[in-house]
Design a protein around this ligand. Structure first.
Ligand code: CA
Length: 230
């Protein structure tokens, strides 16, 4: 379950310690030392999860979390706040700002990794290794395999990620920009037409079992995966 994690921490030693531990666990870590830096990174590409230190110079971690929650594009990014403050009122303030979880310093790397896993499972099921099933279509993240009506279907890596996202967010219409953000992590440097190309490839890959029917084009809006195609 490797995730792109944006770590916002101003203290170099702590930043290094956390980053090394997360990378050791297989995650990809992008670092920022303040909220402004983090906002710049997020503008270009959405991370899978934000790990934000409460006490930052300038805009505080809580204010950054609140800002993320207010914008449509970033409101669904899972957020964990790191803090040295353990008072109950601080915890409440953090959660009210929109954080999904709250980890008090000092914490063990193991605890942090467990929290990250739990938050991803809850908020971003496409990031976990749990198999997903729908209308006879089964996707297994751990083995990277897809079965349609019990036969193995061949998917490229992008089509696999796209299908994983659609299956874990089924019955909803996703715009091309949203799919770029969630599947490619990037909505600025990748053209929206790219989505159409990969949807076409995905449909072709699902054809042998007839599951290509589950992917609907919603005119003017985007794409939807549905268990009951029209
Ligand atoms: Ca700090």
């Amino acid at each position: 379950m490797p995730a792109n994690i944006l770590l916002v921490e101003d203290e170099p030693a702590i930043q290094e310690l956390i980053a090394v531990n997360l990378e050791h666990a297989g995650h990809h870590v992008i670092r920022a030392k303040d909220a402004e830096g983090a906002l710049g990174i997020v503008r270009n590409a959405l991370p899978d999860l934000l790990l934000i230190d409460w006490m930052l110079p300038g805009i505080s971690g809580v204010a950054l979390a609140r800002q993320m929650r207010q914008e449509d594009r970033t409101k669904a990014i899972p957020i964990i706040l790191l803090t040295a403050r353990s008072a109950e009122s601080d915890k409440v303030a953090g959660l009210e700002a929109g954080a999904d979880d709250y980890v008090t310093k000092p914490f063990s790397p193991r605890e942090l990794l467990a929290r990250i896993k739990a938050v991803l499972r809850r908020r971003a099921p496409q990031m976990t290794d749990d198999p997903v099933e729908m209308g006879g279509l089964r996707l297994e993240p751990e083995t990277h395999r897809v079965f349609g009506a019990k036969r193995t279907l061949e998917l490229g890596p992008t089509e696999f990620r796209l299908l994983h996202f659609l299956m874990t967010h089924a019955e909803r219409v996703h715009s091309r920009a949203q799919l770029l953000d969630h599947v490619w992590g990037d909505h600025v440097f990748v053209e929206e037409r790219t989505v159409d190309v990969h949807i076409r490839r995905l449909r072709k890959a699902l054809e042998p079992s007839g599951h290509d029917r589950l992917i609907e084009t919603v005119r003017g809006s985007g794409y939807r995966l549905t268990a009951s195609p029209a």
